[in-house]
Ligand binder design. Structure first.
Ligand SMILES: [Zn+2]
Length: 318
């Protein structure tokens, strides 16, 4: 086996070999040895000819591959293409359209679109503990009509009455503590009214946190936070009271939207937001680390279930 890739060029060569794809996933998914995703037994036999394992315990569906139990499961598209698509999505600074992914890995644009959608699932894997310490909150409008969104996407993204010409996005940034980078989360909100914005703040920020917002009236009354209002008329930053962290995020985001997504349908914007947040929050990682982390998210999808059933610590519960 060659060394794990560090660049896109290396990734193309490395993942062209099915054995490398398998080894890469196995190392992350089963660091203590392959176990059956259905029963958890480690009595498994590798069937090299079929590039799959067979569990020695008697039960239905004893054979499995490294795709089984991941977001790749049941996809006829090879891991080589999946992993290259992922590499590009997590590492292209301004994002990559499904058209570009399609061209790069040799699938139809429609396939690439669905792949991108599944890959995005990995980005939501991090624990969503409330932001604490020093927190910046702000909102912005992004072009695109909510009514053009696919109905299910709209239902997921927007609750309450929406459907204005532009889409309001709430962003919350938790400043880094102890040298850690700051981290952003974004949500689409129906409007900039007090009810919408304050509900978001309360859902994502711990009471007692130092909260910095602009002077928008909607933010008035957030009394359970150490709320301080940024005075944009001031030309200097008043100590900690600023939203410069978020402004950095948005300038990156808007540059990306202009460069890559200028002609894409509105719902693509939301996928783009998730991707951009993922890249921003992991901006200090190398390409190889950022990819590694995303892959762990994908193969770890069943961990949530394990935690729910009280079996946390176990690797993979199907
Ligand atoms: Zn088994």
């Amino acid at each position: 086996m060659n060394k794990e890739p560090k660049t896109l060029q290396e990734a193309i060569l490395y993942f062209a070999d099915p054995a490398n794809c398998r080894e890469y996933l196995v190392a992350r998914r089963w660091p203590n040895g392959v176990i059956c995703p259905r029963c958890g037994s480690d009595k498994v036999v590798f069937l090299a000819k079929y590039n799959r394992w067979q569990c020695s315990v008697t039960h239905a569906a004893r054979q499995f591959t490294s795709k089984t139990g991941t977001i790749f499961e049941d996809s006829p598209i090879g891991l080589d293409k999946w992993l290259l698509a992922m590499w590009q999505v997590v590492n292209c600074k301004n994002g990559i359209s499904s058209y570009e992914v399609a061209k790069a890995i040799g699938v139809t644009q429609k396939s690439a679109w669905f792949m991108d959608h599944r890959i995005r699932l990995a980005f939501g894997m991090e624990p969503r503990a409330k932001a604490s310490g020093h927190v910046e909150a702000d909102e912005t409008f992004i072009g695109g009509k909510a009514r053009n969104m696919h109905a299910s996407e709209r239902a997921r993204r927007i609750t309450g009455t929406g459907g204005k010409d532009k889409t309001a996005v709430m962003e919350i940034l938790e400043r880094g503590q102890d040298g850690e980078p700051s981290r952003v989360r974004t949500t689409v909100v129906p409007n900039r009214k007090k009810g919408s914005l304050q509900a978001e703040v309360r859902q994502h920020v711990e009471a007692g946190a130092a909260l910095y917002t602009d002077a928008l009236k909607s933010y008035e009354g957030l009394t359970e936070f150490e709320h301080q209002v940024v005075d944009h008329a001031l030309e200097y930053v008043k100590g900690q009271v600023h939203t410069n962290g978020l402004e950095n995020f948005w300038s990156l985001l808007k540059r990306g939207i202009r460069g890559t997504y200028v002609s894409v349908e509105p719902f693509h914007l939301f996928r783009y937001l998730d991707e951009q947040v993922y890249r921003f929050n992991h901006r200090r990682m190398t390409d190889a680390q950022r990819f590694d982390f995303a892959v762990r998210g994908i193969v770890g999808k069943r961990l949530t279930f394990a935690e729910v059933t009280g079996k946390s610590g176990s690797q993979e519960i199907f």
